[in-house]
Structures are given as C-alpha cells and as structure tokens.
Design a protein around this ligand. Structure first.
Ligand SMILES: [Zn+2]
Length: 329
C-alpha cells in the first residue's frame, strides 16, 4: 500500500489515498475546493492538480505543493473539470509556474484556455469590470502545445495511477469528471452539484444542483449521473465542497432536488418576470428542503449563504427555459 505524506498543511487537508483538498478561499471558507493528487515513483512524487481555482487561489495551490515537499516541476498534469472561471481562472498562471505540466481539458474548453478573452468578457457582463478584476484578475493564455484535449473515456497515466476522464455534460457541455480507481472516487467538478458543510445536519449532507448560465440541461445531467453511478463510487470529490461519501443516499437526494428544480422551472416557464420569480422560487425551495433536512440555520442565514447560488442558478434556469421554449416553438 502506497504511503502518502501527511505533514501540517496550511490550506489543505488529506482525505486519504494521496488526495488533498485545498480550500481556495473563494467567497468564503469551504465554498470552493481544488485537489492535489499524488503518486509515487521510486524516486519522487508525481502530482496532478484537479481544477486550479482562480488566480487568487494559485498561491494556496503552490503553498500546498511546498507543504507536501513537492516542487512545481513534479506537477505532470493540471486537469480542468470544466472552464467556468471559478474552476479554471487560475490555470494559465499555474501552468506558467509548473513548467513540466500539461493541461487536460474537454475539447470544447481548449480554445477558451488558449484565448481566455471570451470567458472574461462573459464574467464582466455578469459582474461588471471591477468585481471581475478583483475576483479573477488577469487571465493568462496557455500555449496550445501544452494542452491535451480529452475525449470521452480516456485514461491519464499519473505514473501508474490511472485517472479515467469521462465526458459528463449536463452542468456544462465542456465538463469532464475523473474516476480515480485507487480511491474508488470521482472528481465531479459541478456535475454532482453543491454540498456545503454549513448545511450538514444529523441527517448528513445536503446536496442540490448548480444550474448557472449557459448550458444547464437537466435531461442530459440525469443521464450523466446514471453513468457515473454505474461506476459504484465510494466517494465524490466535489468542487463545492470537498469529499463526500454515502454516495447512493446523496445521489437520491440530488436527483430529487433536480426534479424539484425542473418542476419549478416548468411551472414558471411562461411567467412574466421569470428571472425574479425563479430567484424567489429557488430560495423557497432550498429553504423548504433544508428545513426537511433538519437545518437549524435561520431563514436569513440561509438566504445570505445561498445568495450567489440563487442568483446564478436562476440566471441559468432562465436561459435553459428560453432554449426549451425556442426548440418547442
Ligand atoms: Zn461550473
């Protein structure tokens, strides 16, 4: 059995099998994570980083490598689950700092990593210039020759540790999940939704879909989830947030929430002020389900904690409903 280092870590926690979850610090503690995965060759550790976080989180990733006694040259791969900027915004800078690394991304994500200006323009449109700069900073383009576009069902060989990349649309069309046979776990990016530790209760973890602009598609997402569950994972490594187990129970909860979200959308699809109604409807839905889950937070604590998700998820659902009505009309 491979031994993995467990030193004192400033920004990360070892969650077993040489997998380290880094709290990127985005928005608040325990909101967003990325991962370092290790594998030992006879002479040294080899490193894969899964998701980069934003530029603001790059120092935490580098600090974690340092705490683990790994040099930036030991990073073989930086794997992006998808190119939404909270996951991929720091990838360009991280690639500069890790000179041996190759970037692995869905084929649909490649052009955005070579030229991140479209992604940045999208963020400026949603948040405005000042917030976009503060949250994401300058996005650094990645040379195309350092990028590997991964089709569905491709193994990445981290020095004998096989990481299977799977095409997993539903949250976004440019999404991959990574099956790690060593830990029987899946790095799920946003495909398996959001599960914040503040919302844990005696009943376990609360989990719900993340449905932001512009490619949320519940039908496809459901098919993807089925495919992932066929692997019988023992753990999920979520971006938001951390490692969760008890996967069959969580999957049931997640699919129930997906159905409720979809029904809410269908009920509001023809309403005027659809976006505002979606926002209100989502917050009510989350709050109601959290109450059933035994959550003790007050209504205002819940609405504060989930404010950004409510806003983004309503935007994404609004776009989804617009697409549905267009394809039906
Ligand atoms: Zn995303």
């Amino acid at each position: 059995m491979t031994q993995f280092p467990t030193p004192e870590l400033r920004f990360a926690k070892h969650v077993g099998f040489g997998i380290y979850v880094i709290d990127t610090g985005m928005i608040r503690p325990q909101s967003e994570s990325c991962y370092v995965v290790l594998m030992r060759s006879p002479s040294q550790y080899h490193v894969a980083i899964i998701d980069s976080g934003t530029n603001n989180s790059v120092p935490r990733v580098m600090g974690t490598l340092e705490d683990l006694g790994c040099s930036p040259e030991q990073v073989d791969f930086i794997i992006l689950t998808h190119v939404h900027l909270d996951h991929a915004g720091g990838a360009g800078w991280l690639m500069q700092l890790c000179p041996q690394a190759q970037l692995i991304v869905h084929p649909r994500g490649v052009r955005h990593m070579v030229d991140p200006s479209i992604l940045m323009a999208g963020v400026v449109e949603v948040y405005g210039e000042a917030v976009a700069q503060a949250e994401y900073g300058q996005l650094i383009p990645i040379p195309i020759e350092r990028i590997i576009a991964i089709e569905d069902d491709v193994m990445v060989d981290l020095c004998g540790r096989m990481l299977l990349c799977l095409d997993t649309p539903g949250h976004a069309k440019h999404h991959i999940c990574i099956w790690d046979a060593m830990s029987s776990g899946i790095f799920t990016g946003d495909t398996f939704g959001l599960s914040y530790r503040e919302l844990d209760t005696v009943a376990g973890e609360f989990i719900f879909p993340t449905t932001p602009p512009t490619q949320f598609d519940p039908k496809t997402l459901r098919i993807t989830i089925k495919q992932l569950m066929a692997l019988n994972p023992e753990a999920l490594y979520l971006t938001h947030f951390g490692k969760v187990m008890d996967v069959p129970v969580l999957c049931e909860r997640y699919l129930k929430m997906l159905t409720l979200v979809e029904e809410l959308g269908q009920a509001l699809k023809s309403s005027q002020n659809r976006f505002l109604q979606l926002k209100e409807g989502l917050l009510n839905l989350y709050t109601q389900e959290l109450r059933d889950h035994g959550c003790q937070l007050s209504d205002s604590q819940i609405s504060e904690l989930l404010a950004l998700d409510v806003d983004l998820n309503a935007q994404g659902m609004d776009i989804w409903l617009g697409q549905v009505s267009k394809s039906n009309g």
